[in-house]
Design a protein around this ligand. Structure first.
Ligand code: SF4
Length: 325
């Protein structure tokens, strides 16, 4: 039963949820399933979200860890996080039809890495060790790239020539923590160059920005997102840093513990860049059933960016349409 007039409210962050790169990656799998039929193999989770992966599995996608699990000659889609060049080579060796759903903003960082490596720079890649995106980017120039995983890691870095060093980053980091890492690196390497344009993507920084706006007013901030989603995990950290009394990450509404809401007048709500909005709507219903009927959307930016589908898929879709007509 929905209680009314409790004074309990929800501050709903916008932008939240799907970014242009995730939307494109999910559509890539859906369109490939329609065009080529199931099964379609996807190397790694197409985006880091449990619900999205389960939904695509139900439609006929098979998620694998490596190309060698894909039958020779089959179609494989590479995830939004990007892959190292050797992954394309392995696909070629197995005669796989590869469709690359890497987000264009990750590809941009790959291009920067290749360019600076070609100019013989030492590249300091700020990112989380073991994250797929970092593995892919580092694979572009392993002999030039060193990983810097957070501000403390900055102190152990050594470079060949302190006048020829640049930093790049993973796209989904905390903006503030990255700047702290850069400041610490610059203390030791004053000539450290910055990337030609921001590597932390618009979606990551916009979602962090709006959370910062609402956090101080919130008794608890709930972030919808999966544990392996870097940008979702960062949103909880940013909310806490910006003054939220508590912060929790959930995949689904039913994971919300009633104890988190005890005494909470204002609940902040947002979602990571790989989260479909239906999951946020389910959280809103869950909260309304507990008296949080007053929902105020706090908007700090309007996002209109979209990316077109991968060329290789568009080509086949066009050919199929021409064959039908
Ligand atoms: S979070 Fe940013 S880099 Fe990652 S898929 Fe979305 S737009 Fe691309």
């Amino acid at each position: 039963m929905i209680e009314a007039g409790t004074g309990k409210r929800v501050l709903l962050a916008k932008p939240r949820g799907y970014c242009a790169g995730v939307d494109r990656a999910v559509q890539t799998v859906e369109e490939a399933l329609k065009l080529y039929g199931a099964p379609i193999y996807v190397r790694k989770q197409i985006v880091h979200n449990k619900h999205v992966v389960r939904t695509l599995e139900a439609k006929g996608a098979i998620f694998v860890e490596e190309n060698e699990e894909v039958p020779e000659g089959a179609t494989v889609i590479f995830s939004a996080h990007g892959v190292a060049p050797e992954v394309y080579e392995q696909a070629k060796e197995r005669s796989l039809k590869a469709i690359d759903a890497t987000c264009p903003l990750v590809t941009k960082v790959h291009q920067e890495a290749k360019r600076f490596a070609a100019e013989d720079y030492d590249i300091l890649l700020i990112g989380h060790e073991g994250h797929e995106e970092v593995i892919g980017t580092a694979g572009e120039a392993p002999e030039h790239i060193q990983l810097v995983d957070g501000p403390e890691d900055a102190d152990r870095i050594t470079v060949r020539d302190p006048n020829k060093v640049v930093w790049l980053s993973q796209t989904t980091l905390s903006v503030d923590e990255t700047m702290e890492t850069v400041a610490r690196l610059k203390k030791r390497l004053p000539m450290l160059q910055s990337p030609p344009s921001d590597d932390i993507c618009y979606a990551t920084s916009n979602r962090q920005h709006v959370v910062k706006e609402i956090a101080a007013e919130c008794d608890v901030v709930i972030v919808v997102g999966s544990r392996n989603s870097s940008n979702s995990v960062r949103l909880v950290e940013v909310a806490l840093d910006a003054g939220a009394r508590a912060g929790h990450l959930v995949d689904f509404a039913h994971e919300i513990d009633d104890a988190w809401l005890a005494g909470a007048q204002t609940v902040g709500l947002t979602s990571g860049a790989s989260v479909p909005d239906e999951l946020v709507q389910e959280v809103l219903t869950h909260l309304a059933e507990r008296g949080y009927t007053d929902v105020e959307e706090v908007v700090t930016a309007n996002e209109r960016l979209t990316f077109s589908l991968p060329q290789e898929l568009k080509r086949d879709m066009k050919a199929a349409a021409a064959a039908r007509s």
